[in-house]
Design a protein around this ligand. Structure first.
Ligand code: FAD
Length: 391
């Protein structure tokens, strides 16, 4: 662990406690992205986590930087998610962008003057990403003209640039896909009406419409043929980031439950004296410890051959555990658990959202299943005793 990570984690915790937690209800009420909060996150060093120092970033290894979302997730999982997507896009721009694009954008992204997001999903293609339709035509002068419709774009209209996955031919499949950066002010780019999401209403989510949007070739982040595979690498980082944020959410739910049950008087003692309640909260505590170990192991595996399956294990297990934690903690508070000031209802909705975004629980099971089938080829045959049929 680098010395820098301790400072960054402390800054993230302060940011969560002082900037996010006190105001998140007001942000939801207002339904607007708290730009002053993301500016403060940038000043705290949280917006260029993996970008090299020469571009103004923190230069942290993925396995360290990802822990920031555990701190932010204690205050709000949707806010942690949005910053994680910005950090992944910034990492992609610094690592894969052209020199000209990096020169123009990298320092603005690491400093938070500009925000970035990632745009893959379309109305007809979420899990089945290869079924996307957004199409770029490569013009004679090297510029790209893009037409299509993206869906579920986070920070829609708020981010200054969108790393967008496009097709470059009419051929089915993903071999012709690329990723290109589209600045918000490009003519032809517009956004549909905002989706209504009461529990994280401050995060603008909407469709993104591309109507003859033309951008220069210097905006290419991943060339033709690398669009989907590169996007999936980004999604692996996002999956582990979400698992990290979910650990913060679980910690928050458990702390609320402990604060309440240790004071709620009943049967001549307090609620937490009841063995049944200790067992319920004990299960949350065990799954939180297991979740932390899992997402940190997955973060270490990123960039290796085991990266995708470890990210899938983390994204499959931890958001499920977070939803279960929020449900158990709500139950432990009785009726109070349903009331807004205790936050548990909001945490449940956030955990459910985190089970879906960046690869649903089911898609992660598909990745794990494929890995098991591959590994099955390598395990030695088990001889079937005579009379027990054939394997
Ligand atoms: C809050 C939020 C923010 C988002 N932000 C972004 C963003 O910034 N950029 C972006 O590109 N996308 C974003 N998304 C989109 C998100 O990644 C998709 O919602 C997700 O990939 C699922 O796609 P879908 O909603 O189209 O569901 P579908 O793909 O239609 O899935 C429907 C159901 O079928 C299940 N399913 C699918 N395949 C299988 C299978 N093989 N076996 C079993 N079950 C299966 C799914 O798990 C799900 O339960 C966001 C989503 C949310 C909720």
């Amino acid at each position: 662990m680098s010395a820098r990570i301790d400072e960054i984690l402390a800054a993230a915790r302060r940011h969560a406690e002082e900037v996010v937690a006190p105001d998140v209800a007001a942000w939801n009420e207002a339904g607007t992205w708290p730009r002053e909060a993301s500016d403060a996150a940038a000043r705290a060093g949280l917006l260029g986590l993996y970008a090299p120092a020469e571009w103004g970033g923190q230069g942290l290894p993925l396995a360290e930087g990802i822990r920031v979302y555990e701190e932010l997730g204690r205050a709000d999982g949707a806010y942690a998610f949005a910053l994680s997507m910005h950090n992944i896009c910034t990492y992609a721009v610094c690592g894969f962008g052209t020199d000209a694009f990096r020169e123009k954008w990298a320092r603005d992204l690491t400093s938070g003057r500009k925000l970035a997001n990632f745009s893959l999903t379309e109305p007809q293609s979420g899990s089945d990403a290869a079924n996307m339709k957004t199409r770029a035509v490569i013009n004679g002068d090297g510029t790209w003209t893009i037409n299509g419709r993206k869906a579920w774009v986070s920070l829609a209209g708020e981010a200054d640039v969108y790393l967008t996955v496009v097709k470059t031919s009419d051929a089915p499949g993903h071999r012709d896909m690329a990723m290109i950066a589209i600045p918000k002010d490009t003519p032809g780019l517009s956004f549909g009406p905002r989706y209504e999401t009461p529990s994280y209403n401050f995060l603008p989510l909407a469709e993104m419409h591309l109507d003859n949007v033309t951008v220069p070739e210097e905006n290419i982040i991943l060339p033709v043929g690398k669009g989907l595979s590169g996007a999936l690498m980004a999604i692996d980082i996002a999956r582990v980031s979400i698992a990290s944020g979910c650990c913060g959410l679980m910690q928050s739910a458990l702390d609320i439950a402990l604060a309440y049950t240790s004071r709620r008087r009943m049967f001549g003692g307090v609620c937490l004296d009841l063995e049944g309640i200790q067992w319920m909260l004990g299960e949350v505590a065990t799954e939180l410890e297991a979740s932390r170990l899992l997402y940190r192991a997955a973060a270490e595996a990123l960039g290796t051959e085991r990266g995708p399956v470890m990210a899938a294990h983390a994204k499959r297990f931890v958001p499920d555990a977070a939803l279960k934690a929020a449900t158990i903690c709500t139950q432990a508070l009785g009726g109070s658990g349903l009331l807004a000031p205790w936050q548990l209802d909001r945490l449940s909705r956030l955990a459910q959202m985190l089970r879906i975004v960046d690869g649903t629980t089911e898609i992660c099971r598909v990745v794990i299943g494929r890995d098991l089938r591959r590994r099955a080829q390598e395990v030695p045959e088990v001889p079937v005793p005579k009379g027990y049929g054939e394997a």
